[in-house]
Design a protein around this ligand. Structure first.
Ligand SMILES: N/C(=C\C=C\C(=O)O)C(=O)O
Length: 152
């Protein structure tokens, strides 16, 4: 059974007509999300020249911001960080950014037993001037929904 689309007030506005997340049974599917700041819509660390062209960006800041945005969507959906089970990560410059991104990932998911599965892909472009986007799936912990523990 599929629930209605979920919109998170503390996450950046979607760039099209799609919800931040949708629950289907015990699974929560999140739309792809990047590091735009929810209040200002700015991309943390991006530097532009006088003509507005992007001349520098900070992948570490973008990683921290996109993780915060994912957390905001999870929380608005009644889930939490530990409920993430599968994350697809899109990077626009794998050669430049993988090492820094991988280090920030390890800070946010320090425990291998609890970390979600992860797939990292290099792609040529994203819809907004961001260097990273995450596509996440979470699974609600049974006790959160009042379901009996396994085996009972
Ligand atoms: N999910 C999409 C874009 C997200 C962009 C962003 O968070 O900056 C989409 O266009 O499907």
């Amino acid at each position: 059974m599929s629930g209605g689309g979920i919109s998170a007030a503390k996450a950046p506005r979607p760039v099209g007509l799609y919800p931040h997340a949708r629950r289907v049974g015990e699974l929560l599917f999140l739309s792809g999300i990047g590091p735009r700041d929810a209040a200002s819509n700015a991309i943390p660390g991006n530097v532009h020249d006088a003509e507005g062209r992007l001349i520098a960006y900070d992948i570490e800041l973008q990683c921290r911001s996109v993780f915060a945005n994912v957390r905001a969507v999870l929380e608005a959906s009644g889930a939490g960080w530990d409920d993430l089970v599968d994350v697809t990560v899109y990077l626009t410059d794998m050669a430049r950014d993988f090492t820094a991104y991988n280090a920030v990932w390890a800070e946010y998911f320090p425990d291998l037993e609890r970390a979600p599965c992860r797939t990292t892909l290099g792609i040529t472009a994203l819809p907004t001037p961001i260097a990273i986007e995450l596509k996440c799936i979470a699974a609600f912990a049974p006790q959160r929904n009042g379901a009996p523990p396994e085996g009972t």
